[in-house]
Design a protein around this ligand. Structure first.
Ligand code: C2E
Ligand code: CA
Ligand code: CA
Length: 399
């Protein structure tokens, strides 16, 4: 019998490759179908409902990028492996495009195929998870099953200290049947089926309640929430958020909105209007995942962001990659010249911290400081962090 999470669909125009992949995947327990071209593939996607797809990027007729786009338009939530004989850069770009469409990208396969790599990628797939449906997610939001963890951001102060700057709220789904579910799994579903507005509303109210509670307990701090770019089309949002803050006696500067850099942040009047009105209310605007998306310098210059978050894909490589160091240094310089503050995310090592301090980055966030924590643990974190003698050891022990 085939389990829904076991279904694998392979598209490649080369029958030899189809056979090789198909035989191997069947051997390790996948239920496999193959397709020779885009049309066959998309048809099979509908009827077979694969949990995982392997897509050859180069095929006569339609290429892999077009296939990814069509899958997204059809609402597929399959996990994706891309494959090609072309160089690494092309594969990387394809992975990024897939991620932008909301797919979980399991990785890339280069030709000639290494079956060990294939095995690792396939085993990384969620085998037992059924895809999350709009209905279950909608129900979870209504039922209050979403919870927030908070990850500290600290400033790299001139005197070498690391004062707390605020926290970022990161949503998790505490599902009675699946346990704690990562946002990487359900945010794309929410974005695709139009639940993202409702989800963000729930996150915002929880974060605002928490900010008010911390303020009442003598620990006022700014809380950042993540905002999907699509929500910037909602012209009423700045007023509604400001009203909710005022209801809790919070000022605008207790909220930061992190907005992912993506193709959909257009610089049309509408979006610029919404962004500007957030700023007029004192709400901070942070451009998330900077360096991975498509925002042009012109956009960056025109839009009223206050902070730029350097994507962890660069930050995590600071210790051993010259290119990553050059990119991060350039982003920090660029931001400084545009009057934006910088926050590096995903800092895990003392070496990374030292480099970021050296190039003049303003803030950092990452496991080196703390993982995202439930609210009660944040109070704990703060009280230990503020004692200078323990702050140092906390850093050393988590490094
Ligand atoms: P993000 O906004 O880029 O958040 C950073 C992610 O990196 C978080 O994953 C965080 O737990 C993880 N992280 C932080 N420090 C480190 C580190 O040092 N090393 C490593 N390896 N990882 C680190 P998380 O919580 O799984 O969130 C994933 C993404 O889901 C977020 O990426 C964000 O885009 C999205 N997300 C989370 N909450 C919300 C939400 O309320 N609304 C929306 N629209 N998106 C959300
Ligand atoms: Ca973020
Ligand atoms: Ca980010």
């Amino acid at each position: 019998m085939s389990m829904p999470g076991n279904k694998l669909l392979i598209v490649d125009d080369d029958p030899g490759i189809r056979e090789l992949l198909s035989d191997f995947a069947s051997e390790i327990g996948f239920d496999v179908e193959t397709a020779a071209d885009a049309e066959q593939f998309l048809k099979c996607c509908r009827t077979f409902q694969p949990a995982v797809v392997i897509i050859d990027l180069v095929m006569p007729g339609a290429d892999g990028i077009e296939i990814l786009r069509s899958m997204a338009q059809r609402g597929s939530t399959a996990q994706v492996i891309v494959m090609s004989g072309l160089d690494e850069k092309v594969l990387k770009t394809a992975k990024r495009i897939g991620a932008h469409h909301g797919f979980t990208m399991l990785g890339a396969l280069t030709k000639p195929i290494d079956l060990d790599v294939l095995e690792r990628l396939l085993l990384g797939a969620r085998r037992d998870d059924e895809p999350i449906s709009e209905q279950t997610l909608g129900h979870a939001i209504e039922n209050g099953e979403l919870i927030l963890h908070y990850q500290p951001k600290v400033r790299l102060a001139q005197d070498g200290s690391l004062p707390l700057d605020g926290v970022e709220a990161l949503v998790r789904w505490q599902s009675p049947t699946m346990g704690l579910v990562s946002p990487a799994r359900f945010i794309p579903v929410a974005e695709k089926c139009g639940l993202i507005g409702e989800l963000t509303g729930a996150v915002f109210r929880m974060a605002a309640d928490q900010a008010a509670a911390w303020k009442a307990d003598g620990m006022p701090m700014s809380v950042a929430i993540n905002l999907a770019p699509a929500l910037l089309q909602d012209i009423g949002l700045p007023d509604r958020m400001a009203k909710e803050l005022a209801l809790r006696s919070l000022s605008g500067d207790s909220l930061v909105l992190e907005i992912t850099e993506s193709g959909t942040i257009d610089d049309g009047l509408h979006v610029t209007d919404v962004l500007t009105r957030f700023r007029l209310k004192g709400i901070g605007l942070s451009l998330d995942d900077f360096g991975t998306g498509f925002s042009s310098l012109v956009q960056l210059y025109r839009m009223p962001f206050s902070e730029l978050k350097i994507d962890q894909s660069f930050v995590s490589r600071l210790d051993d990659d010259d290119e990553a160091r050059i990119i991060v240094r350039s982003i920090v310089d660029l931001a400084r010249n545009l009057g934006l503050s910088t926050c590096a995310e995903g800092v895990e090592t003392a070496g990374g911290l030292a480099f970021l301090r050296h190039v003049g980055c303003d803030k950092i966030q990452g496991y080196l400081i703390s993982k995202p924590l439930p609210a009660p643990d944040i109070a704990d974190f703060i009280s230990r962090w503020q004692r200078p003698e323990t702050a140092g050891t906390m850093l050393a022990s988590s490094a």
